[in-house]
Design a protein around this ligand. Structure first.
Ligand SMILES: C[S@@+](CC[C@H](N)C(=O)[O-])C[C@H]1O[C@@H](n2cnc3c(N)ncnc32)[C@H](O)[C@@H]1O
Length: 355
């Protein structure tokens, strides 16, 4: 976000652009969910009737969506109102596989819009909005981490821990806390049949999805449990796991320090903890050049901070930052830590700690 945004001339023009962009992201989310970007990928110029027919959707809605896409510069339009999704746009916005794409991130805007009334109420009265109020959150989150975690897991994330691959091949016990739909763990369980995997999460809906998927893939080395980790410092099995992971799952905890202490407790001596969490300085004034600053502060206010406060938690917020993270990790017992950045993931830091 340019420094001039707040005060100098050009603000009005910037504001109109931002307003258009906000509206456009709602339509991008719809294009993703309805498969319209996929239907336009590689077909060349098309009219609204052909596109509606191809995608099995209502033509009147498709035509208006194309209007938003064309005026927003996502698709091209010619003089006969035919439309083209350029190849470089299709590369970013259509599905290559089951995993998402940049269009998937636009869904967060709609997910947050859905709880606006609850959040406004919190501005007046404090408190928070519980996880279960966020419709489609786990579905969208799993698409998000499908890109930031799943695709990079074996080639970029596991190699952050020297020797881990070999240990996984030999057979170790692994825990993923706040696993959501458990896609990272499901992938690992398939790759390393000699190791045992466990995923825990607060969400019954997400855990049910993960269990069904494990069954569908006929994986016998994985289990999922619905569990609230708020008092994990007391409830964690001592020295039970060789490797523990959390992907984007500490900052929105009600009691993050308790969870980190529990992770320390549940690691075997010499066990390793890998924490992926949001990259931030922890100070607004040094986050102004963060490429995702406004998005992350919005997600934090309208979700991460709020779900924690709803559970009588600390409400750390997504932008808690490295210094706070290091402070809490140190209090939990982790003083030997390394922080990595990975090229594919501008949103997160990767902390590697040995017990
Ligand atoms: C931002 S999501 C990340 C999910 C998953 N790790 C991923 O990357 O897709 C955070 C997860 O932490 C879970 N969570 C939040 N508070 C929890 C708690 N007290 N106990 C267990 N899980 C919790 C949420 O249900 C959610 O699935």
């Amino acid at each position: 976000m340019p420094e001039t945004t707040g005060s100098e001339t050009g603000f009005e023009e910037w504001y109109v652009t931002a307003l258009n962009s906000g509206a456009l992201m709602l339509m991008v989310s719809i294009g993703h969910r309805t498969g319209l970007f996929d239907a336009m990928n590689g077909i060349g110029w098309t009219g609204s009737v052909e596109l509606a027919d191809k995608s099995g959707l209502n033509e009147r809605y498709v035509r208006e969506w194309l209007g938003a896409m064309a005026t927003g510069g996502i698709v091209k339009v010619d003089e006969s109102d035919r439309y083209l999704l350029p190849n470089d746009h299709a590369m970013l916005l259509s599905r290559k596989s089951d995993d998402g794409n940049l269009a998937a991130f636009a869904q967060y805007i709609a997910v947050l819009g859905n709880v606006e009334d609850d959040i406004v109420n919190c501005f007046h009265n404090g408190g928070g909005v519980p996880y279960k109020k966020y419709l489609r959150f786990h579905e969208v989150m799993a698409e998000d981490s499908g890109m930031t975690v799943l695709e990079a897991l074996d080639d970029h994330i596991l190699p952050l821990v020297p020797g881990l691959n070999e240990r996984l091949e030999e057979g170790i016990k692994v825990l993923d806390l706040g696993c959501g739909r458990g896609r990272a763990l499901l992938k690992l369980a398939g790759l390393f049949p000699n190791s045992q995997f466990k995923g825990i999460d607060l969400s019954e809906e997400a855990i049910r999805w993960a269990q069904n998927e494990a069954e569908r893939r006929k994986l016998h080395n994985i289990e999922f449990e619905v569990k609230d980790a708020t008092d994990f410092d007391q409830t964690a099995d001592p020295e039970a796991f060789d490797f523990v992971t959390t992907f984007d799952a500490i900052h929105d905890q009600a009691k993050p320090l308790s969870v980190l202490k529990g992770i320390y407790r549940t690691l075997k001596p010499d066990g390793v903890y890998l924490m992926q969490d949001i990259h931030s300085s922890g100070h607004v004034h040094t986050d102004t050049d963060h490429p995702l600053g406004p998005l992350l502060y919005t997600l934090s206010c309208m979700h991460c901070m709020s779900v924690s406060l709803a559970n009588n938690g600390e409400g750390l917020g997504a932008m808690w930052g490295r210094e706070k993270a290091k402070e809490l990790l140190g209090k939990a017992g982790f003083d030997d830590l390394q922080i990595h950045r990975l090229d594919h993931d501008i949103q997160n830091d990767y902390y590697v700690m040995r017990k």
